[in-house]
Design a protein around this ligand. Structure first.
Ligand SMILES: C[S@@+](CC[C@H](N)C(=O)[O-])C[C@H]1O[C@@H](n2cnc3c(N)ncnc32)[C@H](O)[C@@H]1O
Length: 257
């Protein structure tokens, strides 16, 4: 018995992988998180397929359904938003499924962090400016481990990607400022990246909270903070070694200018 856990991508139906889409088409049972996964992905399921929306279900209920259907000899897939590896709550499903003797295969998806960067036409790692991206969330009702507090992570002054934090912008701003970030630091927010009602808000640390309020963004938003998000970064002269004509690497010999 095997189940596929599939990353659906951030929203736009054509941002799922070919493999993920083929598995949905071949499945007898498709469970999907209907709050965030695009319903269009269900257009080409088999006419006999059972399509189950899981937003209103709890973990045990879902796993029981998956195991029952697998025991009936059906092909079952579980579709998650973005990439299942980040904030996908898959490990608790995997634990119960493995206990029931189910094999797991995961198909990656385009995470909202990368879809948002694409919509912003941003590079999150700019040579000589920052070479690190931290994927995290602000602490709200869900606790964040002591050593991962935003103010500590922010001491690296790299690019920070904040999931699940749209209602916590006051806290985000305070923690980044406590870490020494200037109030002019660029912050970009992408609401529902790649959906038809996508909204992009470019702000600074100082104005982030009021800009989020002004635009009515309280959920489904990716917050990207740091100087890599400077809207005029492409006019500045940050260059990688990769395409530097004087730099020799495995595929090209550098030339002296
Ligand atoms: C439960 S997490 C799932 C993340 C998902 N696994 C991913 O890789 O994008 C949900 C959070 O992801 C972010 N998110 C998911 N889809 C998004 C989208 N289309 N645009 C912006 N943010 C999104 C938001 O921060 C949202 O609160």
């Amino acid at each position: 018995m095997k189940i596929h856990i599939i990353g659906a991508g951030p929203g736009a139906a054509d941002l799922i992988t070919l493999r993920g889409y083929r598995l949905i088409q071949e499945a007898d049972v498709v469970l999907y998180a209907d709050s965030l996964v695009n319903e269009e992905l269900m257009t080409d399921v088999k006419p006999s397929a059972e399509v189950v929306k899981t937003a209103g279900m709890h973990l045990e209920e879902m796993v029981e359904m998956m195991v029952n259907r697998l025991q009936e000899g059906k092909k079952v897939v579980r579709v998650h938003t973005g990439d299942p590896a980040v904030y996908g709550a898959i490990m608790e499903q995997i634990g119960l499924l493995k206990n029931a003797g189910v094999e797991i295969e995961i198909v990656p998806g385009v995470s909202s962090v990368f879809a948002s960067a694409a919509e912003l036409q941003a590079e999150l790692t700019i040579p000589d400016l920052t070479q690190t991206v931290i994927l995290t969330r602000a602490e709200g009702r869900t606790p964040v481990p002591e050593f991962e507090q935003l103010k500590d992570l922010a001491k690296h002054h790299c690019t920070i990607s904040l999931f699940l934090s749209a209602t916590l912008t006051k806290k985000v701003v305070k923690e980044l400022m406590d870490a020494g970030w200037s109030k002019e630091t660029p912050v970009a927010v992408v609401y529902k990246a790649t959906w038809p009602d996508q909204k992009i808000v470019r702000s600074t640390l100082e104005h982030l909270d009021e800009d989020m309020k002004k635009n009515g963004i309280r959920k489904q938003a990716m917050i990207l903070a740091g100087w890599a998000l400077d809207p005029s970064i492409h006019e500045k002269d940050y260059r990688s070694k990769l395409y530097d004509k004087e730099f020799t690497h495995g595929y090209r010999r550098g030339v002296k200018s």
